[in-house]
Design a protein around this ligand. Structure first.
Ligand code: NAD
Length: 265
């Protein structure tokens, strides 16, 4: 068996939520590894900007407007990506938001919005990607953006924790259904990474918990790491690249935690 961990040459990837943060960096790293990348996001201007950055660096990419919670938009976005870049070999279902509140104050509408983006969005993107991956047994890799919160719980994050735990189930079913057809799946489980999603939470958590922002970082976000360090965008993207390029189903149905030791499940 030859390992080709770092090359996605000749592959087409679609990354959701790729206008910002973790998804953006995965799109850039996949493009550097040779993949053509569909940069999908609710924020079309942001997605176009990332695609332009890839093209300017000599890669192939398009920006695709897509609300992952809307089936028609997901299907239209995948159809455009396939028409312009070719059948999808790698899906990274990454789009996500965060809403924090104690359960008794958590609005039902917020709960439904969280599950719609994180879980319905992952399901709809998977279904669309499988149209490519099951075609003539082409196969492929689906990476879900879970979190340490796919394995652990934190106060104020009921919807997020429930959704991120749910992704483990979806990934495991896909590993079993897709295995015979050459489709593999994994859940990436990062600890805290400094992105707009996390930067927004720091003052919110400080307010909710009645502590300073510095204490939120030190005593809440990084308390259980082995070294008090944030996980970086590249830590996550390099792990995604390794799993996307791994050539056999020896690795499938797994969750990989990237967190400086916070949670060792
Ligand atoms: P981010 O806010 O930087 O980026 C999220 C992107 O998703 C944005 O570009 C946003 O426009 C897009 N998006 C939001 N709703 C969407 C929708 N309905 N359809 C399409 N796109 C949509 O956040 P991030 O920190 O990069 O988070 C990306 C993923 O990583 C999320 O699933 C998040 O839960 C997960 N995650 C983040 C961290 C962290 O510490 N930052 C840790 C673990 C997991």
């Amino acid at each position: 068996m030859q390992l080709t961990q770092t090359s996605l040459k000749g592959k087409t990837a679609l990354v959701t939520g790729a206008a910002s943060g973790i998804g953006r960096n995965i799109a850039l790293v996949f493009a550097q590894a040779g993949a053509a990348v569909a940069v999908a996001d609710l924020n079309q201007a942001g997605a176009d900007a990332v695609a332009q950055e890839i093209v300017a660096a000599g890669g192939r990419a398009i920006g695709v407007a897509m609300d992952v919670a809307d089936e028609a938009q997901v299907d239209a976005g995948f159809a455009r990506a396939v028409a312009e870049l070719g059948e999808i070999d790698v899906l990274v279902a990454n789009a996500g938001i965060q809403i924090v509140n104690p359960i008794e104050q958590f609005a039902f509408a917020d709960w439904k919005r969280m599950l719609a983006i994180h879980l319905d969005g992952a399901f709809l993107a998977t279904k669309a990607a499988l149209r490519s991956m099951y075609k003539e047994q082409r196969g492929g890799v689906v990476l879900y953006m879970g979190s340490v919160h796919s394995h652990e719980a934190s106060p104020l994050k009921s919807a997020y924790v429930a959704a991120k735990h749910g992704l483990l189930g979806l990934a495991r079913v896909l590993a079993k259904e897709g295995g015979p057809k050459g489709v593999r799946s994994h859940v990436l489980c990062p600890g805290f990474v400094r992105t707009p999603l996390v930067d927004k939470q720091i003052p919110e958590q400080a307010r909710e918990l009645g502590i300073s922002e510095q204490e939120v970082v030190r005593n809440v976000m990084l308390r259980n790491t082995v070294d008090g360090e944030f996980t970086t965008l590249d830590d996550v993207a390099q792990t995604a690249l390794f799993l996307a390029a791994f050539p056999t189903a020896a690795l499938t149905g797994q969750s990989i935690t990237i967190s400086h030791g916070w949670s060792m499940n």
